[in-house]
Design a protein around this ligand. Sequence first.
Ligand SMILES: [Zn+2]
Length: 160
Amino acid sequence: MERELRVGTGYDSHPLVSGRKLVLGGVEIPYDKGLLGWSDADVAIHAIIDALCGAADLGDIGTQFPEEESKYEGISSLLLLGRIGELVKGKGFKVVDIDTTIIAQRPRLSPFIPEMRERISQALSIEATQVTIKATTTNGLGFIGREEGMAAQSVALIQG
Ligand SMILES: [Zn+2]
């Protein structure tokens, strides 16, 4: 039987504000600001969800989890990622690997990356080695450099 490989990409950004928890890659990070937006505003997980949706022809995060439905308010994005993982599996695919870059001027994210890989892989029932996370800054440029927001991009490879 011929195996089908499919790839998808995802991108997301959210504003950074005072008085919100900072949750990235499913990990709460101690910081004086957090991301504002839908669910827990976990920009990394949202990018991963869109990458998986693209790869598996599942629309996008907005079609899977309509923003106007209040049940998603404040929900952990890891739960939503788990649901997407089930849908990907339901279409006969398994996740080969996911690579994600978080773009943030501050704080330093590298100490939290092993835990992010652990939590994301658990949500998808795959190995932590199949999930890579990188963090970069914009060297002070733009809205991210001014610490007004953060962004993430992700690519996912799945196999039928
Ligand atoms: Zn988002």
